[in-house]
Design a protein around this ligand. Sequence first.
Ligand SMILES: [Zn+2]
Length: 139
Amino acid sequence: MSERILITGSRDWTNHRYIATVLRIVREFHPDAVLVHGDCSGADRLSAALWQRWGLPTEAHPVDWYSSCDHTCRHGRRRGRDIDYCPNAGMRRNRHMVALGADLCLAFLLPTSRGGASTAQLADQVGITTHRFPKGVKP
Ligand SMILES: [Zn+2]
């Protein structure tokens, strides 16, 4: 089975060079890995675009806003512009990606990225080697 690299991080991440530098190094050690991501703007899509440009496989897990609530939901569904949605749908998707397993998790975090920080924490908790960027900044 192919190695899996899980990407998480901020939708507001715009530093393409930074991600390219990290992924180039990671590619050296995991040249055949599948890059697993949540298809959000920012860190997810920048990472996936690079990986694809290098001819390597990616696996996208976009949020299904129409998905049903589960037992962890303690809220009513919210009314969006055109749909009723579950505000936990993103978190549910993140848990799913972590549960699928990964050899490595790369988290590109800005102070605003709660989803990315919690996904990195989940990955940590199940024993996935998790690296947070930028280094030295606590999520
Ligand atoms: Zn819900």
